[in-house]
Write a protein that binds this ligand. Sequence first.
Ligand code: C2E
Ligand code: CA
Ligand code: CA
Length: 747
Amino acid sequence: MRRLLRSPLWLALLIGAVIPALGLSDPVGQGYWNVCYKLFHESAPASIVVVNSDDIADMGTAGQTQLFDLVRGAKPARLFIDTKLQRGVTKDQVAALRAAIARLSPDTAFVSRARKFDQFDRAAFDFPDPAVIGAHPVVLSAWTVNMFHYVESGPSAIAIDGTVRPVLATELAHLPARPEQTIYPDFAIDPSSVTTFSARHLLDGQVPASALAGKQVVIAGSGQGTNPNYFGQGPVSPVVLDIAGAVSMRKPWPFTTMQLPLLALVALVLALARRQPRRRLAYSALVVLVLVVPAVLRTVGIVCYPDAAICAMVAFAAIRLWQKRVRKIQHTSASGLPNMLALSNSELPPGRDVVVAAIARYDEMLATLPQDLHDECARQIARRIAVACEATELYHADGGHFAWTEEARPLDMQLSHLEGLRALFASPVMVGTHTFDINIHFGLDRNEGVKTATRVNSALASSNEALANGRAIELFEAHRLAEAPWELSLHSRIDEGLRDGDIWLAYQAQWDIATNRICGAEALIRWNHPTRGAIAPNAFILQAERAGRIDALTYWVLDQAITAALAINAKGERFQMSVNLSAQMVDKPDLVGNFAAIVARRGVDPTLITVEVTETSAVGNRPAAVHNLTRLRQIGFRLSIDDFGTGEASLAYLADLPSDELKLDRCFVSRIVTSPRDRAIVASTIGLAHALGQTVVAEGIEDAATLALLRQMGCDYAQGFYLGRPQPFVVFEREYTARRQRQSGAI
Ligand code: C2E
Ligand code: CA
Ligand code: CA
């Protein structure tokens, strides 16, 4: 119910239904019909003639007696006497009038009008004295009015004291009296077009009596109650209403449809047009229909009130305008630019890419600016962006993100376009007297067909990623969207994997090249997911980092690797165990404490554990990382720099870190046989490491030639598929023991 009420359509329909039901829509109808009947004009039927008897009032009974005789002589089709009968001064005069009345044709009817509007009972009518009118019938006239005293309708017959009496309109229309029928006068009838003769002119011969021959004649006088109001006109002589009523009753379809059909039409059009691009046209057409249809239908007799439909349309428009206003407020950021919500809620045309720019250290910039320049800062940046891209609308999220859409060019063009935009920020931005170097990173979403809000979020996430990784542009890959639910629930899935044994460690042997013996192993994580199959560690380590689950995983690996190391060391020979430490974790404050606690708990000599760290820019806080690694080494852990040579700051790392071992990356090692250049790099790295007192491990050895070359170069340790693949511990241990028993572990 609440949801329905929040929808403008339902709320508008409810208002459209309730207001007329409470009788509060009269002003709407009043305005409508008044305007309508100012525009529509029709002439009254010539077959009905009114004789105005006001101007012979001073002649008393004598005037009426003469008039009645004259009209009778003119042979009207039918006569209605709608005027008060004069009282007469002398008995003779009264007798003469009664005699004249008696001479009238028996179907001559006397009209009795209700004294008030909306009243149809016995008390409303003064019946003429039967002693005066004899057996002549009495017809009635009574109307209902709206709150402005404009007549709307009336009954076609009224039952009084058990007798159904027709009203004048029914009689003029020559229709049978049916009390259940309602008459809606046709206000198009122009009151001034009713043929009206002055009684005096008839009596003095200015108008020939023959003008009344064959007509329905109503002798009407004023003074019977207040004059009713007539749409499009105001107050009129009451007989005009009876004539307009008669005309409407003779129309081809004299019935009323009330409010419902038009309200239903409004509901239908509003519902269908809601999400259509051309809805404005539909709305305009609807307004025209609602305004025109009732007026047109009325010309053929069908009465259809537009009140409910107009109320619903006005309510709908008002609600929509109000919503638009609220949305405008909701959709504006502090800087006055539209915000991300505005973009998310908008519908993108086809062929657009969503771009989000993240400004590095935006909050710091704002912190150095006085409050009143904060908005200016955002606008300056927005202006700079707008210079380069064709975006007409730029969206701003507080916190230094700007979004817009770009034409979906081929990827390489789009990337170079954004690079160009980045170059535009090479010159500093001036805000007041402050100058800032702006470092801008872009997130790009090209996944057309996905909801705008999702695309904005994707581009936003990518821009944050670009910012964190120091990359210029990060493209949001569509498959990540499919991965999102998986990634988001990874936290619990990793716990599940650890519990169920789907996550386990493989051990890959490390050989001492000089002695041809296995001297250690590297613990490598594996995940055999029950439904997704084997997941490559590179993939889920990254996801675990994102999901904030890498710490738990690392401690679990260390603990498992210690178990393995203890088991093999127990056999007598020194066995070194290497574990990998994610770059995300190196700078964490609790890292050293936790590592120390684990080795202490397991009672293992930390020198048996080698911690492999890669040098990547993903290390957030470099000084903290260096501090942590130095402390780990002080505790006794051996430190190995993994993938040496691939990172951006290998030498710097080497200079900062008092490490024990360098691990030459597979990409150099695998090519030393074929590439003299790589051979030179490996040779000089080995030399460098030795000069710094470090040992060298070569990983990724896949053949005998490579191993032989490395031996020649003086490399200390070797690891690779050629020497042994990563294996489950039981297999690894079995092979290790077998080899040891043979005592001749020749490579
Ligand atoms: P990494 O530390 O460089 O590990 C060596 C990778 O090279 C392993 O891949 C190993 O299977 C593979 N490898 C060894 N010898 C050869 C060879 O001769 N030829 C080829 N082509 N490959 C060889 P894996 O197990 O897929 O691990 C990939 C990466 O995942 C690792 O690279 C490491 O960065 C990460 N990783 C694995 N286990 C863990 C872990 O427990 N914690 C963390 N933080 N990262 C881990
Ligand atoms: Ca490694
Ligand atoms: Ca490596």
